[in-house]
Write a protein that binds this ligand. Structure first.
Ligand SMILES: [Zn+2]
Length: 74
């Protein structure tokens, strides 16, 4: 299951395990959705996406790769 979901409309990246209603993830059009390989924030940043302030920004800055929420590796 993918974690990070990028929205090409606005170039914002969300994380599905910590998303909130404000993310409006269901408003993201299919053609604007981007998944990342590897599924990490560094990859999203490399592709020019800005972390969502409602979800991704709430993730701890350190130890992100080992933290698990709902069983999903962040
Ligand atoms: Zn978000």
């Amino acid at each position: 299951m993918p974690g990070y979901l990028g929205n090409k409309f606005g170039m914002i990246v969300h994380h599905l395990a910590v998303m909130v209603p404000k993310c409006k993830i269901y408003d993201i059009k299919k053609e604007d959705s981007v998944y990342f390989v590897p599924d990490i924030i560094d990859q999203a940043r490399k592709e020019g996406f800005v972390p969502c302030k409602y979800c991704v920004d709430k993730l701890p800055k350190l130890g992100m790769k080992v933290l698990k929420i709902n069983g999903t590796m962040l």
